[in-house]
Design a protein around this ligand. Structure first.
Ligand code: ZN
Length: 396
């Protein structure tokens, strides 16, 4: 049985490759009344992320799990993958925004975990085992979500900087200010070129190799303008623009949020989603560049991601001259070089996309043999016959 939500996953976590029964939860999309005092809402697993956002907005609240595929991803899928996205730097992963779960086990038993409790120290928190375990332990059918107030009046800025070193210098600079950082995203000129081609938009800045999108929450205008000028005058950035209206802010966000879609629309990307300790980012990227230029000089690499979380999306584009099979035969070796570097820098082979089928062979690059053995043992406790999402994350 393969549980299935909005089918926006990127690791093959909801693929039924051995003729399993696909259990779609998309029609279980009921959303209950909002508990305004407790700031919670109970929704069924098939509720679409954006529908939840709109539902809770009626009470002036937000569920701050936010990413480009929110228009089709579902709450159940977000929970199964512990979805991340562009707000993790401010709000954390999905895990932080789920209070309670209703889970159906492989035996048919129903578990009601934690309800709407903020505090509940009564032994092992089983709820957390289901969040991020990609449907291999049970099927989430309902969740009690934690809500919060929206950030008033965000300020969105876009900068161009010199290389990844420039990105990290800017990150250090803004974190030392008294602003609340709502997002700190980066992308390279190659990503931008594809967005410009696909979305028919213009580069708002003078050409550069690296771009940073910064969102500041509820910052007063005066100190932001002073900071902006200080950056330009001090040479920490090569160019910059600050959105004056919400339309301009949305336009800047489009440059970042349109990347994934634009890469697929203008070519065939091989995707990776890795994380590094922030302190390791710079040496890691320098070594990565050496590997790519020495071994794969004919590949176009599109780098972008949630750099403030140490999360990079590494996209390798198929060269037009190479056929698909030959390309994907090469990417396996490329992945090995990439993941050897990730391991050497104590990183993760999957920051926010999960393991599913696609990254299964690389799990041991981030998790120890003992950890994987314990995960298998846990699977056997919850699902002794191995009927739920078989072959995902690990083989039994
Ligand atoms: Zn992402």
């Amino acid at each position: 049985v393969v549980p299935s939500g909005g089918r926006t996953g990127l690791a093959g976590g909801a693929v039924a490759k051995d003729h399993e029964v696909v259990l779609s939860l998309v029609r279980m999309r009921r959303m209950h009344a909002i508990d305004v005092l407790g700031r919670t809402v109970v929704v069924e697993a098939g509720a679409v992320t954006q529908a939840v956002h709109e539902h809770v907005a009626e009470a002036g609240l937000v569920w701050p799990v936010d990413f480009a595929s929110k228009g089709s991803s579902t709450v159940g899928g977000n929970i199964a993958t512990n979805a991340g996205g562009v707000r993790v730097i401010r709000y954390g992963h999905t895990r932080q925004w789920v209070l309670g779960l209703v889970v159906v086990l492989a035996t048919g038993e129903v578990l009601r975990l934690n309800g709407a409790l903020e505090k509940n120290n009564t032994g092992i928190d089983l709820r957390q085992a289901f969040i991020g375990s990609e449907g291999v332990l049970g099927v989430v059918t309902e969740a009690t979500l934690r809500l919060t107030r929206p950030a008033p009046k965000p300020t969105v800025l876009l900068f161009s900087v010199d290389g990844l070193a420039g990105v990290l210098q800017l990150f250090r600079n803004v974190r030392d200010k008294d602003f609340t950082l709502g997002a700190f995203e980066f992308f390279t000129d190659r990503c931008l070129a594809r967005v410009m081609r696909h979305r028919r938009v213009a580069d708002p800045l003078r050409g550069a190799s690296h771009y940073v999108l910064v969102e500041l929450e509820s910052a007063a205008e005066e100190p932001v303008v002073a900071w902006f000028e200080e950056l330009l005058e001090g040479g920490l950035v090569t160019d910059g623009t600050m959105a004056q209206t919400s339309d301009q802010a949305r336009a800047l966000w489009t440059l970042r949020e349109g990347i994934s879609e634009s890469l697929s629309a203008t070519g065939l990307p091989h995707k990776n989603d890795i994380a590094l300790p922030i302190a390791e980012l710079e040496p890691f990227c320098a070594e990565l560049e050496t590997v790519f230029t020495e071994r794969y000089p004919h590949f176009e690499i599109c780098l972008f991601g949630h750099i403030g979380d140490g999360n990079l999306h590494v996209n390798v584009m198929k060269p037009d001259a190479l056929d698909k099979d030959a390309f994907f035969a090469t990417t396996h070796d490329l992945d090995r070089h990439l993941f050897e570097l990730v391991r050497a820098h104590d990183g993760s082979v999957s920051a926010e996309h999960g393991i599913g089928l696609l990254k299964k062979g690389w799990l041991e690059y981030t998790r120890s043999a003992t950890e994987i053995e314990l995960m298998r043992a846990l699977k056997k406790v919850f699902d002794p016959n191995g009927i739920l999402n078989p072959g995902k994350i690990f083989d039994l």
